[in-house]
Design a protein around this ligand. Structure first.
Ligand SMILES: CC(C)(COP(=O)(O)OP(=O)(O)OC[C@H]1O[C@@H](n2cnc3c(N)ncnc32)[C@H](O)[C@@H]1OP(=O)(O)O)[C@@H](O)C(=O)NCCC(=O)NCCS
Length: 156
């Protein structure tokens, strides 16, 4: 597997369907930060992580993490985040953060499997005012995403 940086522009926009799996408003920031693509050399991308500097100095936000729907559940997400974490450490970042909606336990189990630890809850993020449609954010367990659970991982 290889991890590549995708430059802003058409190559990134071709990956928008993957980013939309994780965030309905991903189009807003698709050309910002670093977009990491993970997969077999020469094959279609298996998954992506988009990273952006967070407010705090030395802290980077994994603001979009997604694996192709047909390739989920095979350890790709785990391997991809591990590779991105190594790359972020090599870039000199001191701390990584990631936020995920509280309605889907799969994602917060996933981030803990990736080594992240719960940090705090940010309330009222997935609102109409912020561009989200609550109807689109209902999980099969009948919960609707509203709040974000933040995790962090110390890198150095
Ligand atoms: C979340 C996501 C990135 C995980 O990637 P993945 O390749 O499917 O995950 P992996 O196969 O590496 O799973 C790693 C661990 O996460 C947990 N996990 C992943 N999918 C799970 C599921 N459907 N149910 C329960 N646990 C799950 C398990 O602990 C798993 O370890 P195990 O296989 O040893 O049990 C992927 O499911 C995805 O792209 N989902 C849609 C987009 C999304 O929700 N992104 C995150 C938004 S914050």
């Amino acid at each position: 597997m290889e991890l590549l940086l995708v430059p802003p522009g058409p190559d990134r926009h071709a990956l928008l369907p993957l980013l939309l799996l994780a965030d309905d408003v991903a189009e807003r920031y698709i050309d910002d930060g670093d977009l990491w693509a993970f997969g077999e050399p020469g094959a279609p991308v298996d998954g992506i992580v988009l990273t952006l500097p967070a407010g705090e100095r030395g802290t980077v936000d994994l603001c979009n993490v997604a694996v192709h729907p047909e390739r989920q559940g095979r350890g790709i997400g785990l391997a991809m985040v591990a590779a991105v974490v190594d790359a972020l450490r090599a870039q000199g970042w001191r701390r990584a953060v990631v936020g995920t909606g509280t309605a889907d336990p799969v994602t917060y189990v996933f981030y803990q499997r990736c080594g992240f630890r719960p940090h705090h809850v940010e309330r009222d993020v997935f609102t109409r005012e912020n561009g989200y449609d609550p109807e689109q954010l209902r999980e099969p367990n009948s919960l609707t995403h509203l709040d974000v659970l933040w995790f962090d991982l110390i890198l150095q």
